[in-house]
Design a protein around this ligand. Structure first.
Ligand code: HEC
Ligand code: HEC
Length: 323
């Protein structure tokens, strides 16, 4: 039997890909878990699990999960946690990964919540709502990011994306506010809110004077709410013997060796505000078979994930081999 698709796929982060158990208990081959008991638990969990509501995970989808798990043999030994607790973890990180379990979905450095906070420069009140009233709060934020999204209830079945949310709602009784505050302080104050910068590299014109590549750098935050990134550096690593014919865009710095000794073409943008985009171009004498680069920024400073890597997207003209 094939594993069901849909929002229930994030159950695997805690219960294992085949219900073998990890941070959460094994669900495979459990004859005690009838559809009713299973559904009651998912809708009203009593432990550390968030609650999943019908609009995001339907009764039918729960029935499919139950059918799938009961088609599997019972587990002898649960699997490893998806995200292990790093050595010397700060207390907030311990709570997030090992006690509450947010980190089993969000990873050891909480990239998604930190991006979300920077998208609207959210404060602790914002965070609380995102956790305790996740479905409504997340839908509102998606709408702010993209007014074209019209949430309907119940949500259409289909792959998770911006039609349905995948995280459930937590209850303040089982996840008290002071505990959540410690997670907030670790993620948003110690590691820092993460400005949602994106970079896309595409091959453009191949002209008489060389092959041109475009880099579109953008701040995906919500207009006039999201955090700006300051002192943004965009670097493209130059292949050996590459010759730069010309380049355009704010703050172009010309080919030079960066602090790691790599030859790069670089741009320095003083500031990139929420929704702002910048188009940079680089023309090389010869087409490159592969190109990659990185964006970083000085402010607001972050302690993890402060680099956005990008590379030539496949199917672009100008690149040899097309990959
Ligand atoms: C953050 C980790 C996490 C996620 C995500 C998660 N669970 Fe759980 N689940 C647990 C834990 C831990 C338990 C054990 C009791 C508790 O602490 O809630 C549990 C218990 C259960 C139980 C009761 C099992 C028993 O032994 O009685 C069911 C059923 C269940 N989960 C189903 C699901 C389904 C379905 C999903 C996805 C829609 C899901 N869980 C997502 C952590 C998680
Ligand atoms: C089942 C996996 C899962 C668990 C467990 C989980 N999250 Fe999430 N969380 C997500 C996903 C996926 C999103 C993106 C929106 C969505 O699909 O729900 C998200 C979104 C968020 C956001 C909003 C980000 C944005 O884009 O605005 C915050 C804040 C957040 N989570 C915090 C937490 C905290 C704190 C915990 C633990 C108390 C937690 N999450 C537990 C999966 C999870």
């Amino acid at each position: 039997m094939k594993a069901p698709s849909g929002p229930g796929t994030s159950c695997r982060n805690c219960h294992g890909g085949d219900g073998e158990g990890a941070f959460g208990p094994g669900l495979a081959g459990r004859i005690d878990l009838t559809y009713e008991r299973f559904r009651d638990y998912v809708r009203n969990p009593v432990g550390r699990m968030p609650a999943y509501v019908e609009s995001e995970l339907t009764d039918q989808e729960i029935a499919d999960l139950v059918a799938y798990f009961s088609s599997l043999p019972p587990v002898v030994k649960p699997g490893a946690w998806r995200v292990e607790l790093p050595k010397d973890a700060a207390r907030g990180q311990q709570l997030a990964i090992a006690v509450i379990g947010c980190g089993q979905c969000h990873g050891a450095t909480f990239e998604t919540p930190r991006h979300g906070a920077a998208e609207v420069d959210g404060d602790f009140e914002w965070f609380k709502r995102m956790v305790y009233d996740h479905v409504a709060a997340q839908r509102e934020q998606w709408k702010q990011l993209d007014p074209a999204i019209t949430p309907t209830t119940p949500q259409p079945a289909g792959p998770p994306g911006r039609n349905r949310v995948r995280m459930g709602n937590y209850s303040p009784q089982r996840l008290p506010e002071p505990v959540l505050k410690e997670i907030w302080t670790w993620a948003m104050e110690d590691l820092g809110k993460l400005v949602p910068l994106t970079a896309r590299l595409t091959a453009g014109q191949q002209g008489l004077n060389g092959a041109t590549y475009n880099v579109q750098v953008a701040n995906a935050g919500v207009k006039s709410k999201g955090l700006a990134a300051e002192e943004v550096t965009v670097e493209i690593e130059l292949p050996e013997n590459a010759k730069v014919v010309t380049a355009t865009g704010t703050g172009y710095q010309g080919p030079h060796r960066n602090s790691e000794g790599k030859m790069v073409a670089a741009w320095r943008l003083p500031r990139l505000s929420a929704t702002e985009q910048q188009m940079l171009t680089l023309t090389l004498a010869q087409p490159a078979s592969a190109l990659r680069g990185v964006v970083h920024w000085a402010k607001p400073a972050v302690k993890a994930d402060g680099e956005v890597m990008f590379e030539l997207v496949s199917g672009g003209r100008g690149g040899r081999g097309g990959a």
